[in-house]
Design a protein around this ligand. Sequence first.
Ligand code: M6R
Length: 366
Amino acid sequence: EKGGYDHFMLKEIYEQPDVIKDTYRGRLHANDGIIQMAGVEDNLEKFLNADRIIIVACGTSWHAGLVAEYIFEEFARIPVEVEYASEFRYRNPIINSKDIVIAISQSGETADTMAAIKLAKENGAFVFGVCNVVGSSISRETHAGAYTHAGPEIGVASTKAFTTQITVLTMIALRLAKAKGTMSVSDFHMYLQELEIIPEKVKEALETNQRAKEIASVFKDAPNCLYLGRGYNFPVALEGALKLKEISYIHAEGYPAAEMKHGPIALIDEHMPVVVIAPKQGHYDKIVSNIQEIKSRSGKIIAVVTKGDTQVRELADYVIEIPETSDALSPLITTIPLQLLSYHIAVMRGCNVDQPRNLAKSVTVE
Ligand code: M6R
């Protein structure tokens, strides 16, 4: 049932090229310049008239929401807020009938996300679901939605659900950008082509497995770890840290790289591993100077870089090379070596990778 893999988590990490393809199949027609998703087409006017989008979710799904915030605002110029469902439901939030609430949930059973949806509906918002489990409670409670096609995710640590959620949300943003004219025609076509070949690049990124294993063996006993990224890769830093803490029980934190100097840099010494997501596209020069800041305080730098990178390589203690893609799509690639790194560290520490202590696959109590 694990298809020859030692754990469901590893199997699910390796399924990502296929399930991303399954998620865009029939929806993304790159050569024709078309993105078609029934749940979006049927409600296109609502999306186009929306004053803002509020994304509610928990855990990894919330991280996918953060990536989507950057993508929606950049592509479709719609203001987006991303909220933990558990906070949203209890803080008397301002919700209007011209708001669209997007609820993201792999299981479709998360109690806090469900409660946030009910509250949004009571206040007249249109609620759109991005779920993986067909017929789940959240998929039934929402007005419309688009499924991810990740297939069953058994490992408690969410991996393929995350990348397929980003795939769906990116397609929605592109569809809206086209309808609103907020993206040039040439960029629109470029993104469609890029998205179509993303599974190939994910496959290539999976080739970092051996490298991730080597690095894991160096840092497996670290008590702490920091993850840094900027822009689209800031949420990937949060997700990398969550993966490490939940399966290896190593204390980890993700930060936007520039926030370091506002406090966390005090933690840096020669014992602190710092994973920096530093692809060529994006805020490269800025992240290079963040890396210099860590290096001058003797932090141990593990950098995720674009193939062929030389500048970061000179500064970092370890590099993991990934294929190049556009900045906005890079989370689909940069997240792969971080999943592998956590996986190997957890295995080396003898942890129960698929069923970490204190955790359940879906959190159906608040
Ligand atoms: O099923 P959901 O997407 O609603 O679950 C949300 C979180 O409970 C989930 O992502 C959790 O954080 C995972 N264990 C992360 O790996």
